[in-house]
Design a protein around this ligand. Structure first.
Ligand code: XMP
Length: 319
């Protein structure tokens, strides 16, 4: 009989066999997949594993702190936290094209990771939280034959360049199975149930130029939206929900004066695998509450709109 406990034990044995006494480095993204992979590998080989968290400064409010504290304090897994916010924001200055943003972030991510891996030194393996759908998607992404809608951000090419062998213990699993494995390994429901988050982070939720100021504005609006979703008990019914900050300013009125500020878009979808998605049908009172809070509490936003586009023809992210 197949059980998750059995899978865990078998994988631990397999990882030990594969790795022997060699050093392994693992790139953490803050997401569920790489975290579960890291915890599993740490259980197998202990401090032969070092995790590297390249923090591009494009994470949601409080997220980097949560990841760092989970690994260092809760699991006691060696973790290098690289704060590369300035490097990323400087490189993104003046960049408005969505593909150019994705390419810059992907390339810079690999460069920073590689530099850190060299500093650690002596690693022979690179661990990744690759899932079964990732294995298939690299063959045919977005359902279409050889049409790349968006270039995805991963560490492709890095293993060859650094002459590292791959450790990918989640390759046979689907997302829901990774969540179960995470729970088996002691991660909380709240952690393993987190919505997916794209590698390029908030940069692709800020159409137009990405600046520190706009990231901060978006983080505030996004945190309010997610807080209301959690309070309403809707978080687990939604595949992904997030705010976007538009490069459009509109006129509004606050008290007795005129405002001229940015528009915030809200997105929430249901989906099975991210390949297709339906709009989540919030009730009007919920959306009004979120809109009111965002306009009142976030300086720089004076209008909130809800995205009513399914995928296809829209995509989930805006860029
Ligand atoms: P789209 O916007 O293409 O997104 O409908 C489908 C799913 O993929 C996520 N996404 C990414 N995930 N790196 C990732 O790891 C990326 O570059 C990336 N771009 C989009 C998106 O959040 C959604 O869940």
């Amino acid at each position: 009989e197949w059980t998750m406990a059995g899978f865990r034990a078998a994988k631990i044995e397999e990882i030990r066999q594969q790795v022997g006494s060699a050093k392994v480095i693992c790139g953490l993204s803050g997401g569920v997949d790489s975290s579960v992979a890291a915890v599993l590998i740490h259980e197998a080989i202990g401090d032969q594993l070092t995790c590297v968290y390249v923090d591009h400064g494009l994470m949601r409010a409080g997220e980097s702190e949560q990841v760092v504290s989970l690994f260092r304090n809760h699991y006691n897994i060696p973790l290098v936290h690289v704060n590369a916010e300035t490097l990323f924001l400087n490189g993104l200055a003046g960049v408005t094209d969505p593909e150019a943003k994705r390419k810059f972030i992907g390339k810079t991510f690999i460069e920073v990771f590689e530099e850190e891996a060299k500093k650690i030194g002596g690693a022979q393996f690179l661990a990744q939280g690759t899932l079964y759908p990732d294995v298939i998607e690299s063959v045919s992404f977005s359902g279409g034959p050889s049409v790349t809608i968006k270039s995805h951000h991963n560490v492709g090419g890095l293993p060859e360049r650094m002459d590292l062998k791959l450790v990918e213990p989640l390759r046979e699993l689907f997302k829901d199975e990774v969540r179960l494995l995470g729970k088996e390994l002691g991660l909380t429901d709240a952690f393993v149930g987190r919505h997916p988050f794209p590698g390029p982070g908030l940069a692709i939720r800020i159409p137009g130029e990405v600046t520190k100021e706009r990231c901060d504005i978006l983080r505030k609006a996004d945190a309010i939206y997610l807080e209301e979703i959690r309070n309403a008990g809707l978080y687990d019914a939604i595949w992904q929900a997030f705010a976007v900050l538009l490069p459009v300013r509109t006129v509004g009125v606050m008290g007795d004066h005129r405002t001229y500020d940015s528009v915030c878009g809200l997105r929430a979808v249901t989906s099975v695998d991210g390949m297709t998605a339906d709009v989540y049908p919030f009730d009007a009172a919920f959306l009004s509450r979120v809109a009111t809070r965002i306009v009142n509490e976030v300086q720089g936003i004076n209008r909130v709109v809800y995205d009513y586009t399914s995928k296809p023809p829209g995509t989930i992210e805006w860029e």
